[in-house]
Design a protein around this ligand. Structure first.
Ligand code: HPA
Length: 267
């Protein structure tokens, strides 16, 4: 039996007659959002074969099932990154499982550095497209013609419109832009930031893109938000650190929370 099928069976043993409509993946420092969930079941990633072992500060490693304002959700509190073990498909079983239990759409969140002055630390950006700077894919080794995934409109335009409307409803200034995925774990050099800025990146980070590719491979629609935790390397005198990422993500958590709750109500 595949790991995905094992995960689906374990989930079905713990929660019956529950179909999540939307899946959410919460990035660094956004764990407080879980306080909004009317939780029915919590599973540890460690109890789900093939799910990542969460290893970075701010990543809890739990899969939560419940509802928010009547919308059934499954929430990944924490994710794994390519840089942890050099495995681009580390989120593969998790995304396939979420798809297999009937989730029709995903909301991905992350922490990111901004390459544009107007998107300052503490603000939030809707991702409209991405640039994969790593040269790797979570679909390496996959077979079948489905592996040749169409990445046009990967960030679903209707769901993104719903996200824009949710920000407007809450009088939140939602930036928009292109996210560039770097492998990490080191932060970028100022030269790398100048380079990706020239290529069209508005934000940089170390996650999300593999999940987007995996979700599109499964035919799952998605939209994504970046919490801007810092200006990217070379743009300010402040030192960039993971502590700063967590601190600013927590500061912006209220803003993200408002947008997400309105978004979930609108679905
Ligand atoms: N670069 C990469 N990843 C990040 C950053 C950054 O500046 N900030 C938060 N995550």
């Amino acid at each position: 039996m595949s790991q995905v099928q094992k995960c689906v069976d374990i989930i079905n043993q713990h929660i019956k007659d529950f179909k999540p409509q939307i899946g959410l993946i919460l990035g660094s420092g956004l764990g407080q959002f879980c306080d909004n969930i009317n939780i029915r079941v919590t599973l540890d990633f460690n109890d789900l074969p093939g799910f990542p072992i969460a290893g970075v500060g701010g990543h809890a490693g739990k899969l939560l099932f419940g509802d928010i304002e009547g919308t059934n959700v499954v929430v990944m509190q924490g994710r794994a990154h390519y840089y942890e073990q050099g495995k681009p498909d580390v989120m593969s079983v998790a995304i396939q499982t979420i798809s297999s239990i009937g989730c029709q759409s995903l909301v991905l969140t992350n922490a990111a550095g901004s390459t544009i002055k107007k998107a300052s630390p503490g603000s939030v950006m809707l991702i409209t497209d991405h640039i994969n700077m790593t040269g790797v894919s979570p679909l390496f080794g996959a077979d079948g013609n489905e592996r040749f995934v169409d990445m046009v409109n990967a960030y679903d335009s209707e769901l993104s419109d719903d996200m824009r409307a949710s920000a407007r409803k809450n009088n939140i200034d939602l930036h928009e832009g292109v996210y560039a995925w770097f492998s990490g774990p080191q932060f970028e050099t100022p030269a790398e930031i100048r380079a990706v800025k020239t290529l069209g990146a508005d934000a940089v980070g170390m996650s999300t893109v593999p999940e987007v590719i995996l979700a599109r491979h499964q035919g799952v629609k998605l939209c994504a938000l970046s919490v801007i935790t810092n200006y990217a390397a070379g743009m300010s005198d402040n030192e960039i650190s993971h502590d700063q990422t967590i601190a600013f993500a927590s500061k912006a958590a209220d803003t993200v929370e408002k947008i997400l709750i309105s978004y979930l109500k609108s679905q």
